[in-house]
Design a protein around this ligand. Structure first.
Ligand SMILES: Nc1ncnc2c1ncn2[C@@H]1O[C@H](COP(=O)(O)OP(=O)(O)O)[C@@H](O)[C@H]1O
Ligand SMILES: [Mg+2]
Length: 462
């Protein structure tokens, strides 16, 4: 511990001066009379009394005030952790405790401000859209993590630079310029290659105003809208495909009906042939519309399965006669192996559709006199449906695509067999809404095996 000096320097020299003066005066006085000595002693005693008084005043008032002033200096410098340790009471004590309270409040404010700042930067950094803050002169003040993941670089590469010096994208420049010019939200979109992927980015520029309504800068928000674009593209593709699929049979129906009306009606043989075509085409149209309706029902947000206890042997018994007939027409042997007492909680009508679609395909894509098999087995908490054929098979390259809507390996072949290109898309949907799984093993020229696994109980409702 450092010892406190009794006096500060100027005070000490002042006292020393006074002391010498008094001492000299004392010597002078000693040469004088007794009365003078008494007078001198009184003077010394008075001086000492004065000294004690001054010391008291210094300790009680001067020191605490100096401490307080030092603390205020610290507060001004921003050190809010400073405190005054003083035990004196009275107004000086009050001043000290109030200063301490002020320091405590300021440090609390500082902590809150720090917390808010941290929260804000966490939010900004973790938001799923890119964010850039630009001042009215065009200098970048902030870029968040998402922005860096889109355009690369580190915050240092952007902060305090002019936006057009560090951002190359023309659409970004345009957005900033228009936001400043029109002082309103501006929206644009562009494509950007990120990690070798082409991404669609939407950019929104929003002006920032101060309390006097003067433009202070702009915020740029960048969203990755690739998935939306893809959905839009898929929708467009779907509409184009549907129109095309509808157009073919309708053109055919109109054409043959027109020919008949123009006179072919009188030739009985032609009449029969054309009417058969018209019938087949209308049948195809009907099938297509039914499949489209099924798909759109399955895709509705509020779609609900009507689950009941489905007995697999009973269910297959209901659909097999028609399929046996179809197989019989091509001389295909359709064998079934459905174990008894296999039951599951499912939507019976939909499961029927899965089996019909898979068996129809197996019959369609298997040459005459081929073999098609249906087996249903029990696998603990799953039911395993297998449809196999020794038909044309599917090249591995096409296997991942066959569940897409309207995808066919061989368009003409599918059409000739009355296919709509939607059968497997429907199957996949139904299996998925049952929380099941579908897989394919296939070899061109040898045949295909479709496996469907369906859970016996609806786990989601447990
Ligand atoms: N068992 C199978 N054997 C060979 N190819 C098949 C089989 N099942 C489906 N495919 C192929 O998958 C495509 C899509 O099937 P699907 O969605 O049922 O439409 P499609 O109406 O053409 O039958 C078919 O066009 C066909 O190329
Ligand atoms: Mg089909």
């Amino acid at each position: 511990m450092r010892l406190r000096p009794l006096f500060t320097k100027p005070l000490a020299s002042y006292h020393a001066g006074v002391f010498i003066l008094v001492a000299v005066t004392g010597i002078v006085i000693s040469q004088l009379t007794e009365e003078h000595i008494i007078l001198g002693s009184i003077l010394i005693v008075e001086y000492l009394l004065l000294l004690v008084l001054m010391l008291h005043v210094y300790e009680k008032y001067m020191r605490p005030i100096k401490k307080a002033s030092k603390s205020v200096d610290e507060l001004v410098k921003g050190n809010y952790r400073t405190r005054i340790h003083h035990t004196s009471g009275g107004s000086i004590g009050e001043l000290s405790s109030k200063l301490n309270m002020l320091a405590r409040n300021l440090s609390e404010f500082q902590m809150q401000e720090q917390m808010q700042e941290e929260q804000l930067s966490t939010v900004i950094d973790n938001t799923q859209s890119g964010l850039v803050l630009i001042d009215e002169k065009g200098y970048i003040h902030l870029v968040n993590r998402k922005f860096l993941s889109m355009f690369g670089g580190t915050p240092k590469d952007y902060r305090s630079f002019l936006y057009y010096d560090v951002m190359e994208n023309e659409t970004i420049h345009e957005t900033v310029q228009q936001t400043f010019l029109y002082e309103q939200n501006i929206k644009h979109s562009f494509t950007q290659t990120i990690d070798l992927d082409k991404k669609y980015i939407e950019i929104i520029g929003a002006p920032i105003f101060n309390e006097r309504n003067m433009l202070k800068g702009a915020v740029l928000l960048l969203y990755d809208i690739t998935h939306l674009k893809k959905l839009e593209l898929m929708r467009k593709d779907f509409v184009a495909n549907v129109s095309h699929e509808l157009k073919t049979p309708i053109t055919s129906i109109t054409g043959f009906a027109e020919t008949l009306l123009n006179g072919a009606l009188n030739d009985k043989e032609t009449l029969h042939r054309f009417l058969t075509i018209i019938y087949d085409e209308s049948y195809r149209l009907q099938g297509l519309i039914e499949d489209l309706l099924t798909l759109s029902k399955l895709e509705k947000d509020d779609f609900r399965l009507t689950r009941t206890t489905v007995h697999m042997d009973q269910l297959t018994g209901e659909i097999l006669p028609v399929l046996h007939q179809r197989a019989g027409q091509k001389g295909i042997s359709l064998s079934t192996d459905v174990k008894e007492d296999i039951a599951l909680q499912a939507d019976g009508e939909r499961i029927k559709q899965v089996i019909i679609n898979l068996l129809t395909n197996a019959i369609s894509y298997t040459p005459e006199n081929g073999e098609v098999k249906l087996s249903v087995t029990d696998e603990e908490d799953h039911v395993h449906i297998t449809v196999s054929d020794n038909g044309i098979g599917i090249h591995p390259e096409y296997v991942p695509r066959i569940f897409e809507r309207f995808y066919r390996v061989d368009k003409a072949r599918s059409r000739n067999t009355g296919g709509t290109g939607l059968g497997l898309a429907i199957v996949k949907h139904i299996v998925e809404v049952h929380n099941g799984n579908i897989s394919v093993e296939s070899e061109p020229g040898k045949g295909s095996v479709f496996h469907v696994l369906l859970p016996k109980h609806d786990e989601t409702s447990l």
